[in-house]
Design a protein around this ligand. Structure first.
Ligand SMILES: CC(C)(COP(=O)(O)OP(=O)(O)OC[C@H]1O[C@@H](n2cnc3c(N)ncnc32)[C@H](O)[C@@H]1OP(=O)(O)O)[C@@H](O)C(=O)NCCC(=O)NCCS
Length: 160
């Protein structure tokens, strides 16, 4: 039902629409806090494809249903950040897991070793999703958590 492929500059308006279209709770979860529309627009405009890869899942109608983003501080880095978002209508059916599995395949092929995912401690779907890929969570008792996914370990035995 979904076609997965890497996004390009030409897809950024669809990425912006996906992120702007998240419910307030999911928007807060994605960005670990409250962000306004113009912050999302600026965030999308700042994406630098020389240091980022974004895997997108498209419906047969061409709608962008979800993304998994990989971002690196510098070209060639072997560790970076991973973030994901799936539109509400498409959540709970394994799409987040498929996107992460594909992003990890790409990262592995590029020699990346570890990816950090930042989320709030109450974000159960994100916790479960990273745990599915053997993410090791660090939580210091506050609002925020970080999970480190070792790319070599993250071959999702359980991912559908
Ligand atoms: C996190 C997110 C991408 C998951 O997408 P999804 O397509 O629903 O993911 P999947 O269907 O593959 O499920 C992944 C895991 O989350 C669990 N899950 C999904 N929705 C859930 C819910 N509403 N409540 C509890 N667990 C949930 C699934 O059971 C699964 O866990 P399991 O492997 O232990 O069974 C989605 O909830 C989302 O977009 N959240 C907002 C953005 C966000 O929080 N990003 C994280 C910070 S970058």
């Amino acid at each position: 039902m979904y076609t997965l492929r890497l996004l390009t500059q030409a897809d950024l308006d669809r990425l912006e629409a996906l992120l702007l279209g998240l419910s307030p709770e999911n928007r807060r979860r994605r960005f670990c806090g409250n962000v306004r529309d113009h912050n999302i627009t600026a965030y999308v405009q700042r994406i630098d494809f020389s240091r980022a890869q974004v895997v997108g899942a498209f419906t047969p109608a061409g709608e962008l249903a979800g993304v998994c983003e990989l971002a690196f501080a510098a070209v060639g880095d072997t560790s970076g950040e991973m973030a994901f978002a799936v539109a509400e209508a498409h959540q709970g059916h394994g799409l987040g897991s498929r996107l992460v599995a594909r992003a990890l395949d790409l990262a592995r092929a590029a020699g990346v070793q570890a990816l950090e995912v930042h989320y709030q401690s109450g974000n159960t779907p994100a916790r479960r999703l990273t745990r599915r890929f053997n993410g090791v969570e660090r939580w210091y008792g506050g609002t925020d958590c970080t999970s480190t996914v070792r790319v070599a370990d993250g071959r999702a035995v359980r991912a559908s």
